[in-house]
Ligand binder design. Structure first.
Ligand code: ATP
Length: 239
């Protein structure tokens, strides 16, 4: 579904990613783990077209998307739920969701029923439904995080990029977010997940890659990475 080969990218003169290669197969959840500054967010930004790669290839369903503008990438079916709470604060919850469907409506992909998709998002995130008419900027941090995820889903993405969906959430909400990821997985939504809770991410993922200083250091089935002594001691906080 998503195939990344020899991807290098960075900011200005600084190269952060040095030749990454990884795959996200259809219907699977793949996680990227690694310590702070390893390049996880930079990888997500490069995939979604926010940063132009220096070199390498990004193929979505066989189509090369490296170097395309982010709105073209979204139209091709790659949805990015970014780190932090990127919602339109003055627009209502409902309008934020509707905007998430917009690239789909202008592209050649299935148009479908936006209202039905909004209801589906409300079914996943009931607390958004209660606040559907409220300006998004007045939601709590956790609710805004959920809105960012809901908006990305409105694209009916081929691949959903989730960058730290649990960031800044209270433990109970973190659990709720992971339950939603599990539900989406049951619905065969293809996902690339970056999480500070590496153990929880490996718990829900099929396959994992460990990023270190912009390079992939280890990879393997998630269950195997979880048990790997080198991965555990370096990244999972146990020895
Ligand atoms: P974290 O878990 O802390 O979010 P990360 O693995 O997501 O870390 P990135 O945010 O991708 O890491 O950062 C990788 C490197 O790129 C860091 O050295 C960071 O300082 C640098 N970097 C990130 N964003 C920018 C930017 N906008 N301009 C310049 N350098 C940046």
């Amino acid at each position: 579904m998503l195939e990344v080969a020899d991807l290098s990218a960075g900011y200005g003169q600084i190269e952060v990613l040095h030749g990454l290669s990884f795959r996200v197969p259809q219907g699977q959840v793949v996680t990227l783990i690694g310590s702070n500054g390893a390049g996880k967010t930079t990888t997500m930004r490069t995939l979604s077209g926010m940063i132009r790669p220096r070199s390498g290839s990004i193929r979505l369903k066989g189509r090369e998307i490296a170097g395309l503008d982010s709105h073209v990438v979204a139209r091709a079916g790659l949805a990015h739920s970014p780190e932090g709470r990127r919602v339109f604060p003055s627009l209502s919850v409902e309008d934020n969701l509707t905007l998430g469907a917009f690239p789909r409506l202008t592209g050649s992909r299935a148009k479908g029923d936006v209202a039905a998709d909004r209801e589906r998002a409300f079914a996943l995130f009931p607390r958004l439904k209660e606040r559907r008419a409220q300006p998004a900027g007045t939601l709590s941090g956790g609710e805004q995080q959920m809105l960012a995820m809901g908006r990305a889903l409105m694209l009916r993405p081929e691949v959903l990029l989730l960058d730290e969906p649990s960031m800044g959430l209270a433990p109970k909400l973190v659990e709720e977010v992971f339950n939603i990821i599990r539900r989406l997985k049951e619905e065969k939504v293809t996902m690339l997940l970056v999480e500070q809770f590496a153990l929880a991410a490996l718990g829900v993922a099929d396959y994992g890659y460990v990023l270190e200083n912009g390079r992939i250091r280890f990879e393997g089935p998630a269950a195997q990475l979880k048990e790997d002594p080198a991965v555990r001691s370096a990244y999972l906080g146990s020895h």
